[in-house]
Ligand binder design. Structure first.
Ligand code: 13P
Length: 251
């Protein structure tokens, strides 16, 4: 069975309401739907209600950039995954490297976050990836294996089908330095083999694996031409409707 493709735009901490409105408008106007490719936008939390409303009559899916590892309760300032679901989110990111860096999120916390997102009815896009020094030292596979292992040891088997993984080498994020399709494919096929070992072949074969890190319209097709790259998690290039639509069309 063919895996679904996903093109997700991580808007990070960008866009004011009017800019978000214009961007969504441009996407809705220009989108030529590909039945096997889902477009997802991931606005910051404060924009979710607005963007959710704007997407009501559209096939574009909504997602959040993070959420608490708790479902709800006394956790001031955190975001409940139940609320995200109620606001119309279908996806949420977990463990983006910027969150791991800025908030010291550990592999276990990221896995707990993913679990609570799934329990709330969301699909969790869990980000993994190595730093430049880990890449240069040749220890990137160990780093990624540990991240994947924490995830599959925390999420119960019956919920593993709700996971999406995103390989985001930290050295490629916002740097203009994309991993080559061969470098990305090497890691994607490694991640799939790790999932197979931890969760079985069936789960591994069905799990979409996205690549993120300076993905753009002019490298999208070559990255997605690789057998284990099922989509892209796009930062900067998702903030312009024309560019993001080109990336979607290249899938
Ligand atoms: P850039 O596409 O801007 O490199 O960001 C990638 C990213 O972090 C997506 O989550």
């Amino acid at each position: 069975m063919a895996r679904k493709k996903i093109i997700a735009g991580n808007w990070k901490m960008n866009l004011l309401p009017k800019e978000a409105w214009e961007l969504v408008d441009g996407l809705k106007e220009g989108l030529v739907i590909k039945p096997l490719v889902e477009m997802v936008v991931l606005p910051q939390t404060g924009l979710l209600s607005l963007v959710g409303e704007l997407l009501q009559d559209s096939v574009i899916s909504l997602g959040a950039q993070t959420s608490s590892k708790y479902r709800n309760g006394a956790h001031t300032g955190d975001g409940s995954p139940d609320l995200l679901r109620a606001l119309g989110c279908r996806y949420a990111l977990s463990g983006h490297s910027e969150r791991r860096q800025d908030h010291g999120e550990s592999d276990l916390e990221v896995a707990e976050q993913a679990l609570s997102q799934i329990a709330a009815g969301l699909k969790s896009i869990v980000c993994v990836g190595e730093s430049l020094s880990e890449r240069e030292a040749g220890s990137y596979k160990e780093k990624i294996a540990a991240q994947v292992k924490a995830l599959y040891s925390t999420v119960p088997k019956e919920l593993m089908g709700e996971l999406v993984l995103a390989y985001e080498p930290i050295w490629a994020i916002g740097t203009g330095k994309t991993a080559s399709p061969e470098q990305a494919e090497e890691v994607h096929s490694f991640i799939r083999s790790q999932i197979a070992a931890l969760a079985g072949e069936a789960v591994a074969n069905l799990t979409p694996l996205l690549y993120g890190g300076s993905a753009k319209a002019d490298n999208a097709a070559s990255l997605m031409g690789k057998p284990n790259i099922d989509g892209l998690l796009v930062g900067g290039a998702s903030l312009k409707s024309d560019e993001f639509l080109k990336i979607y069309q290249a899938s």
